[in-house]
Design a binder for this molecule. Structure first.
Ligand code: 13P
Length: 249
């Protein structure tokens, strides 16, 4: 079974409502014939405007985080109910910036992923090693552990529907892309890890993205890698032309 690639733009803390609306206005005609699933992930204040603006297009909208409770005293958090109310389809979870700057844990990612999935929102679960783990050589075990912790309690048929994003931290925003072999090695290892715990069917179906300085010039070769099913794009997703070239690789 062929996996449909998924290319998502993580806008991070960029783009006001006005800027984001203009960006998707420019983007929509450029990606309308895309052969991949296209997702943009605006900041929370722009989610409603961007879901409204992308209605009737092939652009899906993702949030950058979600809480596991559906309401309550959780200052600064957003619930799945608030996201589904405005038509959000995806949610980035456990991004390294959330882990590094805001104390996100594997356990938290797991709870958020369960809540999102139960609400019909597809989690894009991020994993990836810092430079010192890469240099020490233990990155495969490190990433496999992050993935297994994030997936705890999911059934194989649920794992099949998730998206995993492998983003080596040393390649994010640094202009230092992992080589295609490095991306393939870890994405392949993630699939193998999922196969061992959840079986061949789940492993064959789950989509695994690479993220970290993906650019129009690198996407084509990246997508040739058998275990890379798409990309999670930061900086290059902020320009309609660049992001459309990535989507239309
Ligand atoms: P860059 O593409 O800017 O390196 O960001 C990658 C990323 O963190 C996407 O989530």
């Amino acid at each position: 079974m062929a996996r449909t690639p998924i290319i998502a733009g993580n806008w991070k803390m960029n783009n006001t409502i006005a800027e984001g609306t203009q960006l998707v206005k420019d983007l929509a005609p450029l990606v309308k014939d895309a052969k991949v699933d296209v997702v943009v992930c605006p900041t929370s204040t722009a989610l409603a405007a961007i879901t409204a603006e992308t209605k009737g297009t092939n652009i899906h909208v993702g949030a950058q985080n979600v809480h596991w409770e559906d309401h309550g005293a959780f200052t600064g958090e957003i619930s799945t109910k608030m996201l589904t109310e405005i038509g959000v389809d995806y949610c980035v979870l456990g991004h390294s910036e959330r882990r590094d700057y805001f104390g996100e844990t594997n356990e938290g990612v797991n709870k958020r992923a369960h809540a999102a999935f139960a609400a019909g929102i597809t989690p894009i679960i991020c994993c990836g090693e810092p430079l010192e783990i890469r240099e020490r050589g233990s990155y495969l075990d490190y990433v496999a552990f992050q993935v297994l912790e994030a997936l705890a309690g999911f059934k194989p048929e649920e794992v099949a529907k998730l998206v995993i994003a492998y983003e080596p931290i040393w390649a994010i925003g640094t202009g230092k892309t992992a080589t295609f072999d490095q991306a393939e090695e870890v994405c392949g290892h993630i699939r193998e890890t999922i196969k061992k715990s959840y079986g061949a069917e789940a492993a064959e179906a789950v989509r695994i993205q690479y993220g970290g300085s993906v650019k129009p010039a690198t996407i084509k070769d990246l997508m040739q890698q058998p275990n890379v099913d798409g990309a999670l794009v930061g900086g290059a997703s902020l320009k309609a032309k660049d992001f459309s070239e990535i989507v239309n690789f």
